[in-house]
Design a protein around this ligand. Structure first.
Ligand SMILES: [Zn+2]
Length: 263
C-alpha cells in the first residue's frame, strides 16, 4: 500500500472488513497518514488541501458505518477518533543550526557538542558533557531572537513533559503570528530549519511547536457511556489509552494520562 490518500483508502477498507468479523480482539486501531502527510507540501485551505481532508473524512465515515454495524449486533463499542496535532502555515524557515555556529555556541555543522533536533515549529537542543555549561547562555541567546517563542531550560523542561536529567538542555517554540494565510486559515509560525525536513518552505503546513493552532488536535468519542454533545473538559493525547483501558476493564493505574469523564 502507498503512503498517501489511496493507501489510506485501502487501509480503511481492510480495517472495516476486519471490524465486520472482529473475533476475540478487544482493540482495533487504524492510523492514516492524511491529512498530515499532504499538509506538509500544500497550502492550508487550498482546493488541493480540502480534497485531501475530504478523503480522510470519507475514511472516518466508513469506519463509523462499520462501528454502527457492530452496535447493531449489540457490541458495546467505544469509538475514538483523534489527531495528535494540528497545523500552521510556515512563515519563514530559520537556519537555527547555522545561526548557533555563527553565534559561537556550536563548533561546526556535524559537531557533537551542541545538537539541534528540530520538530518543525519547535526544537530541542542537546548538549554534550563538555558543552553543558553553555546552556544558560544559549537559552538567553534564543530568548533574544525575533524568531523564537517560549524557551524552556533545565528543570523547566518538566513543565512541557520532557525530562530534565538527560543531555536534553533546552526546548523552544518558534515565533507565531495570529494572521490568516491567503486561504483564510489562521496561524503563521517560523520553522527551525531541519536537515531531515526537506519539504519545509514558506506557505506550506507544519507543526511541532506550542502554537494555538498546531496544538489544537481533534478528539471525538462515542459509546462506552459517553454523553453525546460537546465537552469543555481539557483532554490530552495521553488520556486516550487509559480511557480505552477503562472501557475494556483493564487496569490503567500508574499511567501518565487519566481516563476522560463520561459526562
Ligand atoms: Zn506532520
Amino acid at each position: 500500500m502507498t503512503y498517501d490518500a489511496a493507501g489510506d483508502a485501502e487501509t480503511t477498507r481492510r480495517f472495516c472488513t476486519a471490524l465486520d468479523e472482529p473475533g476475540e480482539a478487544l482493540l482495533h486501531l487504524l492510523w492514516i497518514c492524511e491529512p498530515d502527510h499532504s499538509q506538509h507540501t500544500l497550502e492550508l485551505g487550498s482546493p488541493e488541501h480540502r480534497e485531501i481532508i475530504a478523503g480522510a473524512e470519507q475514511c472516518a465515515v466508513e469506519v463509523s458505518d462499520a462501528v454502527g454495524r457492530l452496535r447493531a449486533r449489540r457490541d458495546d463499542v467505544l469509538f475514538v477518533i483523534a489527531s495528535d496535532h494540528g497545523h500552521e502555515t510556515i512563515d519563514e524557515v530559520i537556519p537555527v543550526n547555522a545561526l548557533l555556529i555563527e553565534a559561537g555556541f556550536k563548533e561546526g555543522t556535524d559537531s557533537r557538542d551542541v545538537v539541534l533536533a528540530s520538530s518543525g515549529m519547535g526544537a530541542l537542543i542537546y548538549l554534550s558533557d563538555q558543552a553543558a555549561d553553555r546552556r544558560t547562555a544559549i537559552a538567553e541567546w534564543i530568548r533574544g531572537q525575533a524568531w523564537s517563542g517560549e524557551v524552556f531550560e533545565g528543570e523547566e523542561l518538566e513543565q512541557i513533559g520532557q525530562r530534565s536529567d538527560t543531555a536534553l538542555a533546552i526546548a523552544f517554540s518558534m515565533a507565531k503570528r495570529d494572521v490568516a494565510n491567503r486561504y483564510g486559515v489562521r496561524g503563521l509560525s517560523h520553522v527551525a530549519g531541519d536537515i531531515f525536513m526537506k519539504s519545509d518552505a514558506a506557505g506550506l503546513g507544519q507543526h511541532g511547536g506550542l502554537g494555538a493552532y498546531e496544538t489544537n488536535a481533534l478528539l471525538g468519542i462515542s459509546g462506552g457511556g459517553f454523553t453525546p454533545g460537546r465537552s469543555g473538559h481539557p483532554s490530552r493525547t495521553i488520556d486516550i489509552a487509559p480511557t480505552v483501558l477503562r472501557h475494556v476493564g483493564v487496569d490503567y493505574n500508574g499511567m501518565d494520562g487519566e481516563p476522560l469523564p463520561r459526562d
